[in-house]
Design a binder for this molecule. Structure first.
Ligand SMILES: C[S@@+](CC[C@H](N)C(=O)[O-])C[C@H]1O[C@@H](n2cnc3c(N)ncnc32)[C@H](O)[C@@H]1O
Length: 450
């Protein structure tokens, strides 16, 4: 099956990205021990890096990528140099920036990810709270945990599938003790107790999504606290390293009003992919535990509605705006997107699940255009932009999001835009979902200069 989007979309990007990739390859050796280029957009090296390893997830990229991109500027890192990541996630880019000695700004409207980024990227600021955090958690898990729980019914129902009642009750008491000590909003406390929650969870992890049906051996809350504290303390030197200015904003990067025009020296980023990956759903355990949301609809209203539209669970309010989103796109992208959307509408009618993938395409591209335009505004003239993003297959329709985004970047004014696959992914999808296309799905590297 040859998909419509593929036939309409003809632009061949210059293959100049090869030299960029080989520069990355050379530079990575000077920053960290060698890793294959294919691992740069993945989180598979993270567990070997101080601070980064405190909290990480499957959608993260490697610290090596950030280091290599900074080294590629050829400049000696210093405090006045500023990196921007408009999609912070677990904070790999701002943490790497700080450890290299450059300042950073990052955005993420997901309340849990913003807190995790803040805890890691500004760990020096919270370090002196560590003894108090440890004492409050010890008290909570050591006391006879109370049966009383302030969590909502749906939160208890969900969390009880993941953590056995005694441990859940102990962790809940630890949260209440943090609250009593005025530490329940402290980012480092949230990171630490969230990691303990992970270790006490009897469900296996797929990324950071806890699937109640899969199982692993949980740790006791006491053993989990020991493990988490021992990792943090062994990273003390990097955790307390200061001298840079790191700003994490829990807001959408569609508007980055905090940043002046031409104030950013480099962007290293990776946005949500247009692949129906639900960042709110995958963090449900933490959102419920920290009372950032208390039900499915609460998650939609407080979390999903703030994120770039990339999943059919986030369509509330976006369906009536399709025309508006479509009109904001460059003509070449609009034509290709139209054809993909029409094919998706037809596929939806044939499929039992009736997933509304056809409503995702225009809002995703339009919101990404806003972020890219804001990013361009903030970059200094000639400053480099590096982005990792994947294409997707929805109901068998190929969505060449990286090429569309690169096209949008050209319209915005980026120069020397290059876009090339850096890593194949999702092989199991190729046969049925990419039949007729010449390449499998992949993670793409997009480069541009402001
Ligand atoms: C691919 S992940 C980034 C991972 C990150 N590079 C790391 O290493 O941890 C994309 C992130 O974009 C965030 N995001 C979604 N919509 C956003 C928006 N409008 N503004 C900023 N961030 C957003 C998601 O919450 C998610 O954490």
């Amino acid at each position: 099956m040859l998909t419509a989007a593929k036939t309409l979309y003809h632009r061949a990007f210059p293959k100049l990205v090869r030299p960029v990739l080989s520069t990355l390859k050379t530079l990575r050796d000077t920053s960290f021990k060698a890793v294959a280029v294919e691992r740069l957009p993945t989180n598979t090296t993270t567990r070997g890096h101080a601070v980064h390893r405190w909290f990480n997830f499957i959608a993260g990229f490697s610290p090596e990528l950030v280091n290599a991109c900074v080294e590629m500027t050829g400049r000696v890192p210093h405090r006045e140099m500023r990196l921007l990541d408009p999609f912070s996630g677990c904070g790999t880019a701002p943490v790497a920036a700080r450890l290299m000695g450059i300042s950073a700004t990052a955005y993420d409207p997901h309340p849990f990810f913003a807190v995790i980024s803040e805890a890691k990227a500004n760990s020096a600021y919270y370090w002196s709270d560590l003894p108090g955090i440890q004492a409050a958690i010890e008290r909570g898990i050591g006391d006879q945990p109370t049966e009383h729980s302030p969590l909502s019914d749906s939160a208890i129902a969900f969390l009880s599938k993941l953590v056995e009642p005694k441990a859940l009750s102990a962790l809940n008491s630890a949260r209440v003790e943090l609250e009593n000590d005025g530490l329940s909003k402290n980012p480092l406390a949230i990171l630490i107790l969230s990691r303990i929650l992970d270790h006490c969870c009897s469900a296996a992890t797929d990324g950071i999504y806890k699937a109640p049906t899969s199982s692993k051996k949980p740790l006791s809350p006491e053993a989990a606290l020991d493990r988490v504290m021992s990792i943090l303390l062994s990273d003390q030197v990097d955790a307390t390293n200061t001298g840079t200015d790191i700003q994490i904003y829990a807001r959408s990067s569609e508007s980055m009003a905090e940043l002046a025009d031409s104030s950013i020296d480099i962007v290293v980023t990776s946005p949500p992919y247009l692949n129906n990956f639900d960042f709110a759903e995958m963090t449900r355990m933490y959102l419920y535990f920290w009372q950032m949301a208390s039900s499915w609809s609460d998650i939609s209203n407080k979390v999903r509605s703030r994120l770039i539209v990339n999943t059919t669970t986030a369509l509330k309010g976006h369906k009536p705006l399709q025309q508006h989103y479509r009109d904001s796109l460059p003509i070449s992208v609009r034509q290709a997107a139209d054809e993909a959307v029409m094919t998706l509408i037809a596929r939806r009618k044939e499929k039992a699940g009736k997933k509304e993938y056809d409503f995702l395409v225009y809002p995703y591209l339009s919101q990404m255009k806003k972020v890219l335009a804001e990013t361009y505004r903030t970059l200094k003239t000639g400053a480099p932009f590096h982005m990792m993003v994947s294409d997707a297959a929805l109901y068998g329709v190929h969505i060449p999001a990286p090429q569309w985004l690169a096209e949008i970047m050209i319209e915005i004014g980026f120069q020397n835009v290059q876009c090339e696959m850096i890593r194949p992914r999702g092989h199991r999808w190729i046969l049925d979902k990419r039949a007729g296309s010449d390449e499998g799905l992949g993670e793409y590297y997009i480069f541009g200069v402001a």
